[in-house]
Structure formats: structure tokens, C-alpha cells
Design a binder for this molecule. Structure first.
Ligand SMILES: Cc1ncc(COP(=O)(O)O)c(C=O)c1O
Length: 401
């Protein structure tokens, strides 16, 4: 797990003296360093899954590190284009691509798509013909495994992401002359920390994917393995072994005999660079248990309610007090607003701040910010030793209509 560097901690402490509401801070120096490490290789082409964190400065840091961009909506596309990134460097994934969205993407110059249904293939062909252009298409495949793995992206259960091999095998690629079917896309697991388990899952995919490409008479040049690389959210977990991932990807590429492997990373790319700072409103004892009531909860950081997995939390200031177990509660009128059980100094009181780490991915934009009309958290960046406010806190009177 990333440890907060001394200058970033000092910058955060200074910010907490000025701020009264929860806020996010992204350490872009740390992010740039991490991205350089993972992109300094020629085994897998890396795209950034913008859904993980669409902040402009984050996108720019990914751009400078040589990543291209996976977008899943018109909003994400426009955010990427407004950073000066060429539409040719954009990949569009996602199960809900309307005819209107496809038209808009082509008008804005996007040429690479992951198709997730037979309708999407037909609509992409119609749009490509209208625009007199050729599109590069990967077909998203949903495979089933006997060992019944489950997680939010589906694992072995039925999801709307792509189609089974038998459904894809019903189409004839020559019916779509404006589409260059370059390969297949598969991604069914999330937040994996075990490189050997991933390697084994990837190996099991080769035979069914190659078999499908043969049934389709597709020249399989590209395989896209999506995202799914995890970061540790608890101190017991260790980071995924990136070198081991590269070794298994190299083996996978050789075994599948493809020219290119792609991945579009979200969590593993940006998750560790983000911090969420949250003031304590009060400490109380309830049925003998220690509770901390916080200014922000799942309205700013939803993931614990969806996955049951808390973000790591520490007291920002130094304390010599012994640590005791606390449950952390946000301000919403639902017991779901629970940021987990944490061992914290017994003297954590009002006027203190908690520091949540590993919050760079699936943080603010994945949350439910309007519930109970609280202030939306500010977003700050730390870059080259400087702190910059990217968005000031937004009060309810500014956003309510
Ligand atoms: C198609 C696709 N690719 C990549 C990602 C990013 O996944 P991760 O954050 O696990 O890297 C997602 C996330 O939902 C996705 O839907």
C-alpha cells in the first residue's frame, strides 16, 4: 500500500486548516511515477479507463505517460477530447451504445469500438457507411467457467457485458464491409490481487477465444483483457506483482498468437494516488461500541456500501493514544452509510480529520453526492510540490434547482 510522502502530508495538513468540509487530493507526482513504471514495456498496450477518475489533470497525467483512453459515455469522450487528445486515441466500451451515441462518436472522430451486441455491430456498420469510413472493432465475449467465480463485473454469472460465443458465432463478418474486426475483448473479473490466479484465468480463455475467432473466420490480431488488476484496500493484502503480470501476459500473447494485447486499466492505474480527507463531527459510545460520526460518507465515497470493503483510514494528526476499534459513519439517514471498522487512536475527536487512502479510483464520481443536500467535496491536486484546487466545494444552494 502507498505511504503518504512527508511533503504531501504537510500539504494536506495545511489544507485541513483552511477547509471545513471533506475533500479529495490526488498526488499526481506519485501517479506519474507509477504510470512510468507500468508503461515502460512493450508486452501490453495500455489504455486508461476514464470511468475510474475523469478529472482533467488526471487524464493529462495519463496522456503524458503514453496511455490512450477508454471511454464509456459521451461525457467521458468530451472530457478526453477537451484535454487536446486526438479521437483516434480513444476506444469506446460499454453495453449501452445507442444509435445517437454511435453517431456522435463517429462525428467526433472515434474509430475504435468494442461491440457488445449484434445490434451494436449493425448500428456501427450503418454509421460507418453513412460517414464513408472504416471502423476498428473488437467483439466483447462473455465466457463461463465451471468454478463459479463471482464479483461485481460478473465472474461466471450472466451480465449485459458482451455476448456468449454461441451468440457471436451467428453473425457473418462479411455482412459488415465497413467494419474491420480486429479482435476480441474479454473482461469478467475486478480488483484481483493474485497474479497467478489471473494468469490461470487468462490461460483458460485462450482456447474458447481462438475457437470463436475460427468460427467467425476472423483474423485474430488483438486480444483486449480489460481491467481488473487490484490494489490492496486492507493492510493484510499485498500489492499485485506487476512483473509476474507481464510475464504471464507475454506467455498469453505467444500462446494465443496475437499481434497485440490490450488492457484498459482503471483502479490499478490511478487508485493509489487519491486521498479523501474527512472531518470528525463527534465520537460517541453506543451499546459499548465506539462510533465516529463523520462529515462525509457514502455521499462522497460510495464503494464500501457496494462492496462491503472499506478504504484504509488513519487519523491525520500524530497521536500517542492507544488504538481502539471504531465504526465510521457518514451523515446520511441510512445504516448503509458506513465507512467500515477501523483501529484508530482513542482520542480521535471533533476537530480532527481522518485520512482515507487508495481513493484515486471509483471515488467521487462513483458516489451519491446529492443525497441529503450536503456540500460536494472539493478536488485538489498535488503536482511538482504545489497544491491546486481543481473544483471548489459546491454548496447545495449552488447546485439545487
Ligand atoms: C470495459 C472495461 N474496461 C476496463 C475497466 C476498468 O477496470 P479496472 O478499474 O478494474 O481496471 C472497466 C471497469 O468497469 C470496464 O468496464
Amino acid at each position: 500500500m502507498q505511504t503518504l510522502s512527508t511533503p504531501v502530508k504537510a500539504a494536506i495538513t495545511e489544507l485541513t486548516a483552511q477547509q471545513h468540509e471533506p475533500f479529495y487530493l490526488y498526488d499526481l507526482d506519485q501517479l506519474a511515477k507509477h504510470l512510468k513504471t507500468i508503461n515502460d514495456q512493450s508486452i501490453v498496450k495500455l489504455w486508461y479507463a476514464v470511468k475510474a477518475n475523469p478529472l482533467s489533470a488526471v487524464i493529462q497525467t495519463l496522456d503524458q505517460a503514453g496511455f490512450d483512453f477508454d471511454v464509456a459515455s459521451s461525457g467521458e469522450l468530451k472530457q478526453v477530447l477537451s484535454q487536446g487528445i486526438d479521437a483516434k486515441r480513444v476506444l469506446n466500451t460499454g453495453p449501452a451504445k445507442s444509435k445517437q451515441q454511435i453517431e456522435e462518436f463517429l462525428t467526433l472522430g472515434v474509430t475504435t469500438f468494442v461491440a457488445e451486441s449484434v445490434n451494436q455491430v449493425a448500428w456501427l456498420q450503418e454509421a460507418a457507411l453513412r460517414h464513408d469510413t472504416q471502423l476498428r472493432i473488437l467483439l466483447r465475449v462473455q465466457l463461463r467457467w465451471p468454478n463459479n467465480e463471482k464479483n461485481p463485473l460478473g465472474g461466471d454469472s450472466l451480465t449485459p457485458f458482451g455476448l456468449g460465443a454461441d451468440e457471436w458465432a451467428t453473425i457473418s463478418l462479411i455482412d459488415y464491409p465497413n467494419l474491420d474486426f480486429a479482435g476480441l475483448h474479454i473482461f469478467q473479473w475486478g480488483n484481483m490481487l493474485d497474479a497467478s490466479k489471473l494468469a490461470s484465468l487468462w490461460q483458460q480463455m485462450i482456447a474458447p477465444l481462438v475457437s470463436l475467432s475460427k468460427r467467425l473466420k476472423m483474423n485474430l490480431r488483438i486480444l483486449d483483457l480489460g481491467g481488473g488488476l487490484g490494489i490492496p484496500y486492507s493492510r493484510e493484502d499485498s500489492a499485485i506483482d506487476w512483473q509476474a503480470i507481464l510475464t504471464s501476459l507475454a506467455q498469453f500473447k505467444a500462446d494465443a498468437q496475437v499481434d497485440e494485447l490490450w488492457m484498459e486499466l482503471g483502479r490499478y492505474a490511478v487508485g493509489e494516488c487519491g486521498y479523501y480527507l474527512n472531518p470528525i463531527i463527534e465520537q460517541k459510545k453506543n451499546y459499548g461500541a465506539n462510533q465516529l460520526i463523520l462529515a462525509g460518507g457514502i455521499n462522497h465515497l460510495l464503494r464500501p456500501a457496494v462492496t462491503g470493503q472499506a478504504f484504509p483510514a488513519t487519523l491525520l494528526r500524530e497521536s500517542q493514544a492507544t488504538t481502539v476499534p471504531f465504526t465510521l459513519h457518514g451523515p446520511l439517514c441510512t445504516a448503509l452509510d458506513n465507512l467500515g471498522e477501523h483501529q484508530l487512536p482513542a482520542d480521535a475527536y471533533e476537530n480532527d480529520w481522518l485520512l482515507f487512502s487508495q481513493c484515486g479510483a471509483y471515488g467521487f464520481t462513483e458516489s451519491m453526492p446529492y443525497f441529503l443536500c450536503h456540500t460536494l467535496p472539493a478536488e485538489f491536486i498535488y503536482q511538482a510540490g504545489e497544491v491546486r484546487c481543481m473544483r471548489a466545494p459546491l454548496t447545495p444552494s449552488e447546485y439545487l434547482r
